[in-house]
Ligand binder design. Structure first.
Ligand code: MG
Length: 393
């Protein structure tokens, strides 16, 4: 496998973005642009290393942007006065790793996709230079003195993107030649290869792989990112039964109710909280109480059922989900539930850390029919709905 290194060019001043700090360090929906750009390459199987060219004075910003990557990055490289000089500095610094290929990428293109990176790398098997392009959709005019002088034939026009892929020794040599020739007007690296008569293979660029240039670009990108955080509704149901034993109280939804019997079973036998907990596990396909807290394990004997409920809610939150509402029905002839309903709602609200308005508790008898009708035990059922972030396709 040829050794490939990514060189990210982040040495620009970015004054066009209208911010006091360079655009690659601007916060974009909670994360710096450069962090997002680097993240697009991190973990790519075929990439041996990632290095970033920066302005030395931005070193603190660079550290902030890359803190999350720990030691996964190659050391940063000091840029030059122009983009071309910065890339040249970067290539010279990468020589010591002896890469066979390099992908040169703009820091301000955080939305580059894995598929595109793969296509550029694939293209390097047959060509020494690879360019992602997208068709130009607007009609292009030549204008002189505020008057149209010509309409340019659009079918031949494409916009150049990055990452641009190269045979490493070749692009380093071409940059050196350009510098020796005093030719410093190149705005991308493929132009240097073109100038030297190298065949540049074009692959389909990404429609989302925009270069964030203006503050408006930033706003639109932030909107797109927040749009991606869409939620879907998930529902789960739970059911449980516990039988009565001799005793003096039952625990339902965390509230101890004096009664001439107790409920027998696993933990504190809070049948209502068990049904609710299973409903919540159901929203995310996460099994049931028995699978997380096996009844044959002694450590769960007599434990408060709030431990289970907190666990289920915690799993939902770990996935970025939010509790929407829960609805519990307790089925028994006795004890009377209604005097305790508000205390139960308040208790569940505390345990689940959701507003009491999202919690319903209802009670019913079975008209003296069946096991609950015969006062042999209590049944409970529950449904829960949650909002879960939709996975990006
Ligand atoms: Mg149970």
């Amino acid at each position: 496998m040829p050794k490939t290194i990514v060189l990210i060019v982040a040495a620009g001043k970015g004054s066009r973005a209208g911010k006091s700090i360079p655009k690659q360090y601007v916060d974009l929906a909670g994360r710096m642009v450069l962090s997002r750009t680097i993240d697009a390459f991190i973990g790519h199987q075929l990439i041996a290393g990632i290095a970033t060219v920066i302005r030395p004075r931005d070193i603190d910003l660079y550290r902030q942007a890359t803190d999350e990557f720990g030691d996964k990055l190659l050391p940063s490289i000091s840029g030059g006065k122009t983009r071309q000089e910065s890339v040249h500095n970067g290539l010279k610094a990468l020589q010591k790793y002896a890469p066979e290929r390099v992908l040169i990428h703009d820091a301000a293109r955080p939305f580059v996709e894995e598929l595109l990176i793969g296509q550029v790398m694939q293209g390097l098997y047959s060509h020494d230079a690879v360019l992602p392009i997208i068709p130009v959709t607007d009609t292009i005019k030549q204008v002189a003195d505020h008057l149209v002088s010509a309409t340019v034939k659009r079918a031949d026009l494409f916009a150049a993107q990055t990452p641009q892929g190269f045979n490493f020794p070749l692009i380093l040599k071409l940059h050196e030649q350009a510098q020796n020739d005093g030719n410093s007007a190149f705005t991308d690296d493929v132009s240097i290869a073109e100038g030297a008569g190298i065949d540049v293979l074009c692959v389909d660029g990404g429609l989302d792989n925009h270069k964030l240039t203006t503050s408006r670009d930033m706003k639109i990108a932030a909107l797109v990112l927040s749009d991606q955080q869409t939620f879907e509704t998930r529902m789960g149901s739970g059911f449980d039964v516990h039988r009565f034993d001799p005793g003096d109280s039952v625990i339902l939804c965390g509230i101890k109710i004096p009664f001439g019997k107790r409920l027998k079973g696993h933990s504190d036998a809070d049948v209502a909280m068990h049904a609710l907990t299973d409903a919540i596990y159901g929203t995310i396909g996460a099994g049931d109480i028995g699978s997380h807290f096996p009844p044959n394990e002694a450590k769960w004997q007599g434990v408060a059922s709030s431990v289970f409920l907190k666990h289920a809610v915690g799993l939902v939150r770990e996935r970025g989900g939010k509790m929407v509402n829960v609805d519990v029905t307790i089925i028994c002839e006795q004890p009377k539930i209604s005097p305790h309903r508000e205390a139960m709602r308040a208790e569940l609200s505390t345990i689940m850390e959701i507003d009491i308005s999202r919690i319903a508790i209802k009670a019913t008898t079975t008209e003296e029919l069946g096991f609950t009708g015969r006062n042999e035990g209590i049944a409970a059922q529950a449904v829960a709905t949650i909002a879960l972030p939709t996975a990006l396709e």
